[in-house]
Design a protein around this ligand. Structure first.
Ligand SMILES: Cc1cc2nc3c(=O)[nH]c(=O)nc-3n(C[C@H](O)[C@H](O)[C@H](O)COP(=O)(O)OP(=O)(O)OC[C@H]3O[C@@H](n4cnc5c(N)ncnc54)[C@H](O)[C@@H]3O)c2cc1C
Ligand code: FES
Length: 359
């Protein structure tokens, strides 16, 4: 689970001028490790120059596709995405961690549900996987997708979405919202914001008809849409969100209000991973459990170190920790004791965290 595997790149395809879709070849012995659910993501790792760079990318293929594919949009000045768009070619080998994440709901062929999705830019990646998988797996369910872009030239998966629409004429509704290209219906011009969502709710959709909403895009869009849906009566528990790290600035850890002696007290931390337990000591408030563990020589899994990707998710099974920021875990996960080790600081003299507990 926590291990990287070497996967070779089977295909690199230019989706738009600044986005590549990358398909991996998964050898038979790794098929089980790389089985995924719709909406999950992979952590990719490579060396760029001398730097070990790891980033998360959502799987865009449907569970039924039998292909492991991600789409990487170039972030201006971004290390991994620029490298992937400029230099990555078929035949290259990347280190890839098995799929992770909880951006989905359980599917059932007997369901007759009505789903809603909001995506902006590369946020379409997990949404495409979710829409396609759901329509294939639940023949009586329907999907409405609002997809925000600057202009039609920057629409990722334009052809694939068109084909999906042709296949599911009655069950899939796609509304394109463009911020720099004028469309006939004024409602569909601009960016997807809280106000825009409120207008959709007034003129286009009746929230009472929908069971679940998925939102993926920049942080302000995600909050705006989620707020509008909740104010219109959709329960928070029916709204699933996924945030891409690129829009988040890294926060600096603010030392807690511990007295100097307490802050420097040593804590004993035990990390359970892949059935093994390793123990190290660290100062309570100096660095995160992840950083202290890595410094102690442990192989702990992580990607963004910013509280966004949930790669470092684990369960506190003894003691207590304080978390700085959390953009990844839902309330029910925190209630069950899950934390992000990259954001966790020991609050007791002994802490045991377990990476093997998934639920
Ligand atoms: C769960 C999850 C799923 C994701 N899925 C996708 C996906 O499907 N597709 C996708 O394209 N992306 C996805 N992302 C985002 C992706 O992981 C990367 O964050 C993104 O590709 C940018 O990485 P990068 O290495 O190119 O940029 P980085 O090098 O991380 O830089 C990001 C930004 O910070 C700026 N920056 C870098 N260093 C500095 C500095 N020292 N000072 C100031 N600014 C700086 C850069 O100019 C750039 O604008 C996902 C993220 C998460 C958490
Ligand atoms: S490493 Fe991404 S949330 Fe901790």
């Amino acid at each position: 689970m926590s291990k990287f595997h070497s996967l070779s790149v089977a295909k690199v395809h230019n989706e738009t001028r600044d986005c590549v879709a990358v398909t991996f070849a998964v050898p038979p012995e790794l098929q089980d490790s790389f089985r995924y659910q719709q909406g999950q993501h992979l952590t990719l790792r490579t060396k760029i120059g001398d730097e070990d760079v790891r980033r998360s990318y959502s799987i865009c293929s449907a569970v039924q596709d039998g292909a492991l594919r991600v789409a990487i949009k170039r972030t201006p000045g971004g290390a991994f995405s620029t490298w992937a768009n400029e230099a990555l070619q078929a035949g290259a080998v990347l280190e890839v961690m098995p799929p992770m994440g909880h951006f989905n709901v359980p599917l059932d062929a007997g369901n007759e549900k009505n789903y809603l999705a909001f995506a902006a830019g590369s946020g379409i990646t997990p949404i495409l996987s979710i829409v396609k998988t759901t329509l294939l797996m639940e023949p009586k369910s329907r999907f409405t997708l609002f997809y925000g872009n600057r202009a039609s030239s920057s629409v990722i998966f334009k052809n694939e979405l068109m084909e999906l629409k042709d296949t599911y004429l009655q069950r899939l509704n796609i509304v394109y919202v463009m911020s720099r290209e004028q469309q006939d219906i004024d409602l569909f011009n601009g960016r997807i914001t809280k106000e825009k969502t409120q207008q959709f709710l007034q003129h286009w959709i009746d929230i009472a008809d929908y069971d679940t909403a998925f939102i993926c895009g920049p942080e302000d869009m995600m909050h705006g849409v989620s707020d509008a849906l909740q104010e219109a009566g959709m329960p928070k528990s029916a709204i699933k969100v996924e945030l891409f790290a690129a829009s988040i600035s890294k926060t600096q850890h603010k030392p807690r209000a511990l007295d100097a002696q307490a802050a420097h007290q040593l804590t004993e931390v035990t990390v359970i991973q892949d059935g093994n337990a390793a123990t190290f000591t660290m100062e309570k408030d100096k660095e995160s459990i992840l950083d202290a563990g890595l410094r102690a020589g442990l192989e702990m899994r992580y990607s963004c170190k910013g509280g966004v990707c949930s790669t470092c998710r684990c369960k506190v099974v003894d003691g207590k920790v304080d978390m700085d920021v959390n953009y990844a875990l839902e309330d029910y996960e925190i209630a069950r004791g899950f934390v992000l080790s990259c954001q966790s600081f020991p609050a007791t003299d002994k802490v045991v965290i377990d990476f093997d507990q998934a639920e």
